[in-house]
Design a protein around this ligand. Sequence first.
Ligand SMILES: Cc1cc2nc3c(=O)[nH]c(=O)nc-3n(C[C@H](O)[C@H](O)[C@H](O)COP(=O)(O)OP(=O)(O)OC[C@H]3O[C@@H](n4cnc5c(N)ncnc54)[C@H](O)[C@@H]3O)c2cc1C
Length: 813
Amino acid sequence: MAEFPTTARVVIIGGGAVGASALYHLGKAGWTDCLLLEKNELTAGSTWHAAGNVPTFSSSWSIMNMQRYSAGLYRGLGAKVDYPMNYHVTGSVRLGHSKERLQEFRRVAGMGRYQGMDLDILGPDEIRGRYPFLETHDLTGALYDPYDGDIDPAQLTQALAKGARMLGCRIERFCPVTGVRREGGEWVVSTPKGDVRCEYVVNAAGYYAREVGKMFGRDLPMMVMSHQYMLFDTIPELESWSADVGHKLPLLRDVDSSYYLRQEKNGFNLGPYEGNCRAHWATPDDPFPQDFSFQLFPDDLERLEWHIADAMARVPLLEKAALTKVINGPIPYTPDGNPLIGPMPGVPNAFEACVFTFGICQAGGAGKVLAEWVTQGATEWDMWSCDPRRFTGFEDEAYCVAKGMEVYGHEYAIQFPHHTWPEGRGKKLSAVHDRVAAHGAQFGAYNGWERALWYARAGDDVSEAAQQTWDRAGPWFGAVREECLAVRDACGILDLPGFSRFVVSGAGVAEWLGRQITGKVPSVGRLGLAYFADDKGRIVTEMSVARLAEDRVLLITAATAQVHDREWLVAHLEDGCTLIDETDQWSTQILTGPLSREVLAAVSDADLGKGWLTLQTAAIAGREVRLMRVSFAGELGWEIHSKVADTAAVWDAVLVAGGPLGLRAFGMFALNSLRIEKGYRAWKGDLSTDYTVLQGGLERFVDWAKPAFRGKAALAAEKQAGVAKRFCTLVVEAGECDPPYMSTIWQDGVVVGETTSGYYGHRVGACIALGMLRADLNVPGVAVEVEVFGVRCAAVVQADAPLWDAKNERIRA
Ligand SMILES: Cc1cc2nc3c(=O)[nH]c(=O)nc-3n(C[C@H](O)[C@H](O)[C@H](O)COP(=O)(O)OP(=O)(O)OC[C@H]3O[C@@H](n4cnc5c(N)ncnc54)[C@H](O)[C@@H]3O)c2cc1C
């Protein structure tokens, strides 16, 4: 027997489908000195009992990427590693019961096409051609996905493990990790068989990930649900049909009724995501077990009765089958239902690839992504949707349980652009939350912070049901228009709690920052927008820089970017510079519009003649504030930054002074409309690592004269070679809906780009899309089409300047 390995470059903790795939992909990347430690036998966690469905469908671009990659990998894996597997590519039929569902299908079909997949929309009359045993009278259509299928999860894991071993990686089974410690810049991973020294560690412990996380001092945002599927016996009619046609039925997903139904041999497998669902190991009387290997929960069919009856009505054949077996197993959830793949926040050389809800269909792609994180420190596709740093630490147990249950109970729900989910709300409240609420604010959560989305007027429908639409003209539309026009004609105030802010100090801070960002560091008393690129020149993040002093800068960034950006800064901090996170101490209000100077003049002692992009300390209502002369809304305006304890007094004073001048509170929907008219990009929509700084159209924020900054060589090479696609602004004749993220841009029947955001601009009276377009077509006046929910809408390329106030005269007024 081989000796227990005492060193490895990477140790992976957990041998489910995901851990095995991570090992395989590290091996494929040439990192073969890697070791997987599994406390029991491979697959002992969630993997052994998974149903093994392998869909490619996702309304998230990055998750679709991962699943598409998995399906492609699984097709060839068995032959590649000589481990035959049961992988049935049966296709799937996803049923739609509403107009909105069909719109979702059309959108996903468009994204799928862009990823090289041919997904097909079926009319109600065509569905039975794919799935003969179906009642279709109440359906609006369906999506046919020819790439969907099912795989044996244990065989998949063993094949990945075999492939990894063939590449030279090692696996130790029955070897639980009991602790980890840092020693001499390395990790020491303890097991009953001995210690292993390694450079990197990966937590791939599935539903045990929180326990493993604790070893690193980390509290993972996760919880565990019980999920069931039922196996039904052979149905002779199905058996003879299958024999006749020579294949199985496609997998059926009735997403509006929330279940899937799959042909299993010549019977069925029915798997619901029920609304009256059950969390496990979430209360003191149900403690987390030390070991649950190869165990299941007791059957609980009562919860599923509605779905069983519904499935029998949909596919009457099911009624003829006897139920033979129920599988009820643990399935982990993060608060948004996406897994954790990427750097472990706050812990050096440690990564996570865990808390997978769909870990079989995502394992392949997740292994690729994880291996890229470990070996390159960056991923090919922007993977923010799964980045552990998207959670920032406020997600306590109660929040995780409430959100996990909400996601599970709505697993197939449509993600409408104006909809807010009700669970886990009110975690972080602005100092003026009650005042904002009293104005009629309808709130949405941003990194836990409640912010006004829009202000309802008397009679506006504020129900959750009214948010369930893709149409732009929901109940908010009229109010948002009024808010935008008030900002245009008078002034508006937006309460914006939760901006992330870091003060970096040190004698060489300006030189240090100059090496981190692509552009110039503002001089003392001035502000600027700064872009941080990676070594490939791709957009890592955007921050506002306020130069507080020669040796001190304030960096302000999105609420959700708090951990991501702080870690990036800390990782690149140099000797002599220190960083303090002041996020919790301050709050922000945006005061903007042509009359904002008058409002401020009435309440503050500030020098309001100071120009655009200046910074000053002033007093409002006797409280010291920082006034920054910028406006994301694109009008004359100031950001008022006040200490949280002073925020209410500032708000009150500004509202009293502004009332007679027509000051109006506005919300995030209006801000989105206002910013898109200015072509201001939003982080992780328009700005992501999917694009370089030059593709993002941000060359004016690149200071080529600087001797060095991160990404300079790559950007210079790209500039020399010519930028293939570039940021564009389009005016779109979009009908009733604005183009969502990743709507394809067409010309002459060819896809020539994609949108990264779309919204209606009330000042310009048009639907606007920002996106990426082939450089040769990125010429003002060029006609293209944008595919919006399956309909190609005429669009015109705009000049590389804001649509509203192209010369920025209003901002500089
Ligand atoms: C009923 C049911 C049906 C499902 N159907 C599907 C489906 O059709 N399609 C799909 O994509 N997903 C499905 N899932 C989800 C899927 O099972 C999981 O997402 C997937 O198995 C997760 O794989 P993993 O490798 O992340 O975790 P796991 O399979 O849970 O593996 C984690 C491993 O870590 C090991 N471990 C834990 N702690 C330690 C330690 N301290 N030291 C060493 N090892 C440790 C565990 O023993 C375990 O083997 C289903 C889940 C359930 C419950």
